[in-house]
Ligand binder design. Structure first.
Ligand code: SF4
Ligand code: SF4
Ligand code: SF4
Length: 374
């Protein structure tokens, strides 16, 4: 892989990145960029489509804000041809989710160039807003906090990020290698595909080298996150290993379905929980209450979560959006990533990989022990 270096302008990593984004439009042939932009309140950050270099002014490429999984927005821009080339700035879990949607024909890479990053991690809700207010005038502040090594324990990383064992981009067209680097010496970028190489060749970049410490930083991160993950998964498994315990785990759930609405890999066009299947007759509730002595309302809560797990746990990318969106402070993603680890190991499947999703192709020797065929 050929590496390039973005020459530092002396104005900070954010300015250097925005300069490169502008060059992608001016020299690289990109018609638009999908990237995080500070919104009108000066604090909130949302993915936004920019079609002129001037629109980059409010770019916040290395923000700790992670309000939505951008894979869904990238899918909206690409599910059918627009006749425009767009470069899309994605965190590793966003690329994984986008890849899963593309496998289901709900997104396409045809007109996109995926820009993948060594993840700067995220902060949640109120902490993130406060951080945004405190550093309104210092857009590069977060980059200074997390690079070259984002393993600091004193930062209020979102819980999902402290458990994320895959914070490095995979299957991107262009990779931004921040881990182990000294941004003052110039950000290193690497082509991950021919399309990425074509784009980088059009920009005026110097040759670069992969940061020496990068492998060590990545491996230390993966190791510490794996230990944290195993500890969390052990606890969650104990707390949810029967229907009664699972029911108790979701006691505070108000069936708002936020966790489904924000999940980038919940793929059904029409969810069964929005259909008449769950619009029960009034007498039905009485009959259930007669049978069990009581019926919790809203009802079907556990059914909803189990259905979602059955549908998408092979594809869960561990982004934590479900936990962020929960108004009842239920750590939804803790359970989903715990189950997802088991499902994905059982199917030998990695979301975001090039493999087809489980059950979409016939494997003659699959699950012979389960179906009883020798
Ligand atoms: S879950 Fe992983 S990839 Fe996603 S934002 Fe957090 S650290 Fe980055
Ligand atoms: S279940 Fe939660 S953690 Fe998993 S992909 Fe969906 S939103 Fe992300
Ligand atoms: S977001 Fe929380 S309250 Fe809403 S359905 Fe999901 S678990 Fe229940």
């Amino acid at each position: 892989m050929t590496s390039f270096r973005i020459q530092p302008s002396g104005q900070g990593i954010g300015a250097d990145l925005k300069g490169m984004m502008a060059a992608m439009m001016k020299e690289g042939g990109m018609d638009g960029l999908l990237l995080p932009l500070v919104q009108a309140d000066g604090v909130s950050v949302m993915p936004s489509l920019v079609t002129s270099p001037e629109g980059l002014e409010r770019g916040a490429l290395l923000t700790p804000a992670f309000p939505v999984n951008t894979a869904r927005m990238a899918a909206r821009l690409s599910f059918k041809p627009a006749g425009r080339k767009t470069a899309v700035w994605l965190r590793p879990c966003e690329i994984r989710a986008f890849t899963e949607l593309a496998k289901l024909n709900q997104a396409s890479r045809e007109e996109l160039v995926i820009l993948g990053i060594d993840c700067p991690m995220a902060m949640d809700g109120e902490a993130c807003r406060e951080y945004g207010k405190d550093h309104k005038e210092e857009p590069d502040h977060w980059a200074g906090q997390v690079y070259p090594d984002p393993s600091r324990a004193d930062l209020a990383f979102s819980r999902a990020c402290t458990l994320c064992t895959a914070p490095v981009a995979e299957n991107a067209d262009v990779n931004f290698l921040f881990y182990g680097s000294t941004p003052d010496e110039g950000i290193v970028v690497e082509a991950g595909s021919d399309r990425g190489r074509d784009l980088l060749d059009r920009l005026s970049l110097e040759k670069g080298a992969v940061p020496e410490n990068r492998d060590a930083v990545v491996s230390a991160l993966a190791q510490s996150r794996e230990s944290a993950f195993e500890a969390m998964a052990g606890e969650v498994s104990c707390e949810t290993d029967s229907l009664e315990k699972l029911d108790a785990w979701f006691s505070a759930c108000i069936n708002c379905y936020n966790c489904r609405n924000v999940c980038p890999v919940c793929y059904c066009r029409e969810c069964v929980f929005n259909t008449d299947v769950f619009s029960h007759e009034p007498v039905q509730y009485h009959q259930w209450a007669d049978k069990w002595g009581k019926i919790r309302l809203p009802s079907d809560t556990l059914f909803y979560h189990l259905t979602r797990l059955a549908h998408m746990s092979h594809a869960c990318v561990g982004c934590g959006q479900c936990t962020r969106a929960c108004p009842s402070d239920i750590p939804v993603s803790d359970l989903f990533v715990t189950v997802a680890r088991v499902t994905q190991e059982a199917f030998d499947y990695r979301p975001g990989s090039g493999d087809p999703p489980p059950f979409t192709e016939f494997k003659a020797d699959e699950y012979q022990d389960v179906v009883g065929i020798e």
